[in-house]
Structures are given as C-alpha cells and as structure tokens.
Design a protein around this ligand. Structure first.
Ligand code: ZN
Length: 152
C-alpha cells in the first residue's frame, strides 16, 4: 500500500494531522514509508496471537484509524523497529510527533515500538472498546470505529 492509501484509510477527523506530520518529517530529508495504518480487528487479533505484547483486539489505536507505523530512510540510515531509541531521537521525528501531540511508541514503557505514532491517550482505546461493544456487533466494531464522529 502506498503512503497515500494508508493516510486515506485513517479516521477522517485526524488524517490531515498525520499528513502534516509525514510532510514535516519529509521536509527534514527523510523518505517516510508508512507500513501500517488503519487495521481491522481480525488483523489485530492475528498480530496479538503472534506476539502477546501487541495490543489485544479492540485495544489498538490502529483499529480506530488513529495510528500509523513508519520506517524512515535518509542516505544509508534506515529507521525501523529494531533501531535504537537514541537514533530515532536524533532523527528529529519524535520531536515532530510531540509538536503534533502524537504519542510515540518509542516511549511506551511496556513495549518499545518506535515505528508507532498515534493520537490517542493511554486508556482511551479500552474505554472506547467497552463503550462500542455495547452498541455494535463486535465482528464489525472496527468498521464503526472508523466512521464514528469522534469528539476529542
Ligand atoms: Zn503501530
């Protein structure tokens, strides 16, 4: 999937924020490769099965269209999941995320996930999931989550 398709898959209330975020990174000379964006609940379940440190279905910001995962390239530098935290910080990307009020997965205490950037607060997805599953069929939760008019 191209970056444009990834960005278009995000929740429409926040897609412009992520577009601006990516453009500002690219203005520093990085080539940004978006590797994940909106993700279905079944895909989340699959990822959680592969690694329990990945969020359980219903609990990932990706399922609400509020997160992207990126790699970044500049010269012979390739920022990816296994890249050390200091190298990510030196790239300037986490500082740009902070400016846009995005959480950086490099700061997550339970799971170092430096490719991940989202616009939710800790505990939000758990709260939304508990709310949504009362109203919507759980199988299609991710579809509703992507369409709801979020107020935050
Ligand atoms: Zn992610």
């Amino acid at each position: 999937m191209a970056n444009k398709e990834h960005l278009e898959s995000l929740n429409q209330q926040k897609s412009q924020l992520f577009i601006n975020f990516v453009q500002e990174i690219e203005a520093l000379g990085w080539v940004v490769i978006i590797t994940q964006s909106y993700r279905s609940m079944s895909k989340q379940a699959e990822l959680h099965g592969l690694n329990p440190k990945n969020a359980a279905p219903g609990f990932s910001a990706h399922e609400y269209g509020f997160a992207i995962d990126i790699n970044a390239l500049k010269g012979d530098v390739h920022l990816k999941k296994s890249t050390k935290k200091q190298q990510w910080i030196d790239s300037g990307i986490p500082a740009i995320a902070k400016k846009y009020d995005l959480r950086w997965g490099g700061n997550f205490s339970n799971y170092y996930d430096p490719i991940h950037f989202d616009c939710v607060a800790a505990g939000d997805t758990a709260r939304w999931f508990n709310y949504l599953k009362k109203t919507y069929p759980i199988t299609y939760l991710h579809i509703y989550a992507n369409k709801i008019n979020w107020k935050f």
